[in-house]
Structure formats: C-alpha cells, structure tokens
Design a protein around this ligand. Sequence first.
Ligand code: NAP
Length: 347
Amino acid sequence: MSDLVLVTGGTGYIAGWCIATLLDRGYRVRTTVRTLEKRDAVRAAVARAGTSVDVLDDRLEFVIADLLHDHGWSDALDGCSGVLHVASPLTATRDEDAVIRPAVDGTLRVLRAARDAGVRRVVATSSCGAVYYGHPERAEPFDETDWTVVGGGPMSAYVKSKALAEREAWDFVDREGGGLELAVVNPAGVFGPALSADATSSLGLVKRLLDGMPGIPNLWMGIVDVRDVADLHVRTLEAPDAAGERFIAWGDGPVSMSEIAEVLRSRLGGAAAKVPTRTLPDWLVRMVGRFSPEVGDLVPLLGQRRTATSAKAQRELGWHPRPWQDTIVDSATSLVEFGLVGPRDVP
Ligand code: NAP
C-alpha cells in the first residue's frame, strides 16, 4: 500500500497542520492548490509547524485542482492510498451557492476521483455544523448519531454547506463507492496557532477581540485545537475500525466569548490591552447583522449553548484534546507574531 496521502486545500489553516502531522509521521504528502503561486507560501507554513526543508523537498508535492472543476483531480489522486479532504470555503455570504456548490460538488468530485484511483480511505473534514443545528437546545451533549436538520431553524449558508456535503458524501459511498472507505471528522470551532498570515480562518474572532471590538457578543462555542484536529484526522485515516464512522472533535465548551476575552486579558499582557470588557446586547448584534454577512452569520448563534462530546474519538482512537485556554493563548500569540494585531500592542 502506498504511503502517499492527498490533502486537499494545502493553503488552508487546518490543512497546513494536517500536512505537517502527516509528514511528521513519515507519510509522503501531495496537496492541492488552486494556483502553484501558493507553493512557497504553503511550504513556509508547514516549515513553521516544525517540518525540515529536507522533508519538504523529499516528501511534499503540489498539484493544481479546484473543487468546482473536474480537471486535475485524477492526477491529484493517482497513486494515493489515502485522502484528507479538508478544502471547503468558510466564507460568510448571503450567496448560498458560493459556498454550497464547492462544498457539495467538490466533495463528490474528490470521492469519485478517489474511488476511480483505487484509494483505500477518504477522511472528510465536516463540522459540528453538520451535527447540531436545526434542533431545539438541550442539556445533553450532541454526538455522532445526531444530524443537523437543514431548514430546521436559522443557520448560515456555511452550516448548510457542511451538513449537505457530509450527507452527500455518505450517500455517494453507500450508493457507488465501490471499495472506497469514508470516515468523517466533525470539528467544533478550531483555534490554535496559525502557520501563516494568510490562513487564519476561524482565528478572526480572537483577532477581533485583540483589535478592540466595541464589545463582546453573547456567543458560546465549542473549542478544539488545530493541532489536535490534525492529529485526529491522521488517527481516523489509520485506525482500521474508523471506516464508516464520524468522530466529533470537541475539546471543551461551550465557552463564552467573555471567558475567552478574560483568558486573553489574564495571560497575554500588553497584547490584550484592547480586549473589551463590556458585553454587547443581542439587539445591537442583530441590527449590525442586517448589514454585515459576517455578523449576520453569528445572529442565529446568540445565546445558544450547544454542547457536543468527543467521547467516541477519545475512547476508540485514543485521542486527547488539550485545554482550551492554552489553545486560545497560542492562537493570539501567533496573530501577534504575524503582525496581525497592531504593533503598538506587542508587549
Ligand atoms: P481555510 O483556512 O479558509 O481553508 C479553506 C481551504 O479551502 C483553502 O485551502 C481554500 O483554498 C480551499 N478552497 C476553498 N474553495 C475552494 C475551491 N473552490 N477549490 C479548491 N479549494 C478551495 O479554512 P479552515 O479553517 O482550514 O477549514 C478547513 C476545513 O475545516 C473546511 O472543510 C471547514 O469547513 C472545516 N472546519 C473548520 C472549522 C474552523 O473553525 N476553522 C470548524 C469545523 C470545520 P484557497 O486558498 O485557494 O482559497
């Protein structure tokens, strides 16, 4: 069996850590990018995770492929034994098609090409967004048996894209997967060190706090560290019994944004000088959300304290998430190191 693994979307925040983790465990990695101009930036990002230049030269290769087009995928999959399908747009937009099409059609493209190339297993990065939306709030944690009900309540285009893409993936493999195995990782909100200034994804929230947003919205979230998410992807790729399974990647939570702000203030010194202390009333967030898609995506989440459990990943794959407070501090430190928060704020 080949030791070559394809990681889709090498420019991304989570993908960078997945590539570094695979290389660290001895795999050869091929990654897709939409343009080869991103090649050096991806290499630099992976090097930042601790991968040596020799390893990058010997075991990391690039191929062009876009989730919206067939071209490139059969070359991308050629000779691979496994795939981490991580790429998917995280954009906040009112144009649902702009995120749903690449998520759903792109996932099917990857699965079809993987099946045709004789790949053993695809691990797809889904989300807790495919697990617990469209349900009434409940105290008991959501788990891998739960499914988001698209249309069951207000949810962003992004959440819909993840729920629909994961459903389509399972249906495809059941219907026409041949011998292809599918397994899925469903992360909570992913935080932890960025590897490049261009791939900060969900760290926008920490950045906005450090930049001194006007106040703290009434938001609660599950938190998981990007390094632990990458580790769980590789465990899911390797474990014989993981085929056909979903694994929730939930480190801790729900954690409120006020608690996150408090950790930043207490552990980051001068860099956290602008982190707000007052909370924002929900009505104000709703009003701003009418004009800003980014804030609009947060409105359905106001005051919601959904919780999920990663007991299955811990029990079956020996996975251990780290404390959320360290994850938040490491996120903020990397944003400061990349100069993404004002230089006057650096202690
Ligand atoms: P990210 O940094 O924004 O990465 C997204 C990646 O998707 C980029 O590499 C981007 O490539 C690629 N992409 C987008 N549209 C594409 C297209 N049409 N064709 C090819 N590639 C395309 O986001 P991330 O946080 O690492 O997220 C990675 C995965 O984790 C996604 O599936 C996301 O849904 C999932 N996830 C993330 C979180 C989180 O909190 N971050 C939580 C749960 C699940 P370009 O650089 O070319 O745009």
